[in-house]
Ligand binder design. Structure first.
Ligand code: HEM
Length: 206
């Protein structure tokens, strides 16, 4: 990968993940590291994960549809944005664990068997996607398996975000706004994948 400015590659990952960690500690600290602060961190990291996931999963489509310096930067760095998403979700997991230990009753009320099964599959994908985000591990599984894993994992996580935010809409209608970036990412990927209209048109002219 050709580095073109300071905010690229693993430096970008370090900057993003350390910032998220510092902000999470600050948020929990605002509530004296009590359970309310821990729950705020769970919600905060769910949202930072949403942002980073959407950027990583739409990077190729954006660069294809609107090639410019910003979209090329994003596509070049999508691996690091993706691994930063995993770091954000690692903080989500740590805060979930703290919530379970600090307030077992509240935790039991906020979770269900379904959240363990589907959330657990989500974490299994996050681990698999992160583990194969290094040159050596990506080469080890081969390009075809890598593409398939990252495609299936990406769409699974898209769905998981939809369900996790979507199920809160009846109580908090504004949560519908979280579905907008998810639907936009899906639409962008579909549009970018569609065969270019000018190709058959040009062929017809010849
Ligand atoms: C076994 C795995 C998981 C468990 C036990 C879990 C647990 C939780 C809990 C307890 C909350 C509610 C916090 C509160 O009300 O204070 C929450 C919120 C959330 N989680 Fe997770 N989670 C898991 C995995 C995931 C995964 C894989 C994703 C996404 C890919 C995800 C996305 C979300 C979202 C979007 C919210 C809502 C945040 C908000 O209210 O703004 N979770 N999770």
């Amino acid at each position: 990968m050709q580095r073109q400015n300071w905010f690229e590659g693993w430096r970008l990952f370090a900057l993003l993940s350390l910032t998220l960690l510092a902000l999470s500690i600050w948020i929990a600290g605002m509530r004296g590291f009590e359970v309310e602060g821990v729950r705020m961190v769970i919600r905060f990291t769910a949202r930072t994960s949403l942002l980073l996931f959407c950027l990583a999963f739409s990077a190729a489509a954006l660069a294809r549809l609107w090639p410019n310096a910003a979209t090329r930067w994003l596509r070049r760095n999508r691996r690091y944005v993706g691994v930063s998403f995993a770091a954000s979700h690692a903080i989500h997991a740590a805060a979930i664990l703290a919530f379970a230990v600090m307030d077992p009753e509240g935790y039991a009320a906020a979770t269900s068997i379904a959240s363990y099964i589907f959330g657990g599959i989500g974490y299994a994908f996050i681990i698999a996607l992160t583990a194969t985000s290094f040159d050596r591990t990506a080469a080890a599984i081969g390009a075809r398996a890598w593409r398939r894993l990252h495609l299936i994992g990406g769409y699974y996580l898209l769905l998981q975000f939809m369900v996790s935010f979507g199920k809160r809409i009846p109580d908090m209608p504004l949560y519908a706004l979280f579905l907008v970036p998810l639907l936009a990412v899906f639409a962008l990927r579909m549009i970018a994948m569609a065969p270019r209209a000018e190709a058959p048109a040009r062929a017809a002219q010849n």
